[in-house]
Design a protein around this ligand. Sequence first.
Ligand code: ADP
Ligand code: MG
Ligand code: ZN
Length: 502
Amino acid sequence: MTVTDLVSYEDALASYDPVMGLEVHVELGTKTKMFCGCSTELKQDANSQTCPVCLGLPGALPVVNEIGVESAIKIGLALNCEIAEWCRFARKNYFYPDMPKNFQTSQYDEPIAYNGYLDVQLEDGEIFRVQIERAHMEEDTGKSTHVGGATGRIQGASHSLLDYNRAGIPLIEIVTKPIEGAGARAPEVAKAYVAELRELIKALGVSEARMEMGQMRCDVNLSLRPNGTETFGTRSETKNVNSLRSVERAARFEIQRHAAVLSSGGTIVQETRHFHEEDGSTTAGRIKDNAEDYRYFPEPDLVPVAPAREWVEELRGGLPELPRLRRNRLKEEWGVSEHDMQSILNAGAVDLIVATTDAGAPSDQARKWWMGELARNANETGRGLDELPITPVQVARVAELVTAGDLNDKLARQVIEGVLAGEGDPDTVVEKRGLKVVSDEGALGTAVDEAIAANAAIADKIRGGKVAAAGALVGAVMKATRGQADAARVRELILEKLGVEG
Ligand code: ADP
Ligand code: MG
Ligand code: ZN
């Protein structure tokens, strides 16, 4: 099927109702792997972070990572789930070279968390409740690299390399119940859900949840049923969608593709599909195994997990404010529109602005610098805001200097530029570059006198009542002081000296 075989989105929705299921894998930020003491740091050489357990050597015995369990419970609680009093791990059997044990240690019918929900906010402010089926613990696989072909795929490769450093890194898989009733907004709901989940995971501190680094990946299940009917259609499962935008595009594409197949009398096969960033399309992967093909059975080498209720309640008590509520609170406090709040969020600036106000800056100043000068610099240099070599404390100091009248905006921008260039703290940059506002009234007065003398014609106009012409003189003074004067004060002085009211 090619892209031209799609039904238009509007036509698809006119006849069909989408049902979605989202499966999100989150790589936990634990120091060690889920069932052994190997480090989870991926910087090292291939296969350097391995041991008999994560290499699946005969006789090796796994031990559960306590922080892994704790993280799973925190996620479960934040998703309003029930936490199992007793649950087990299960072996999911299949052969794949990057999985040295030939089974993945996962959970099957006894997940640690189940029956929850997450409220997500859509762009127009509407709240949509996504029901959560389960959140369970499992482990990541290793990584294969196919060498010798043109595409990096296994087809055409001469050989493959295997790196088991990632094998055994803790994963939490979060599965939604079928999402119904979103209609044409299904792709938007999918994106908003994954976005909200990502914020939640970050707020819990259990993972950095960087999608671009594969720390969080989403499988998008989608089916259509004729409008007005109840029974679900057959689903497709688009695997490993790695950005918020792609989640939305994948859902949209599948709606259009399913509609094309169904409306021409065809049938959808239950299969996995690959998403392609270049054109937003999906192509067929493998026909989907049934659960029974995995021959799940309880893992005999691990003890059951039976989290004490006191522990669960203690973790519940320590949960942070939910991202959606925090966002709405900050939006109120800062007095910004939903649109501006969205931009701040998209820029990844919320926490930086909060840290800057915590360091004493007024919120409008904090927002202004992070969303202005610093966002521009981050953009130009291809970095995230949090990767810039400037701290919220430093930005707060710049704001303080501006508020005190020691810097005007133009000078403040130069100070920031200096900090980013590694010239030191704001005060050091001010010192080294000589950037203080000229507040010495004597020096300012002289500069104003000189500007009036050099621009006699303009001065006459102002005397004659054309106050608007003062801008040209202000400009001349600013130029003479290399931008280091307070423009408002300069204007006052000019009008004063020319004997006109401002
Ligand atoms: P699998 O292991 O086959 O991926 P899961 O139960 O883990 O199965 O995940 C399937 C996901 O798809 C769940 O989120 C589920 O709610 C959803 N789902 C199930 N049936 C359908 C359907 N017919 N259409 C859309 N989504 C579905
Ligand atoms: Mg699946
Ligand atoms: Zn190991």
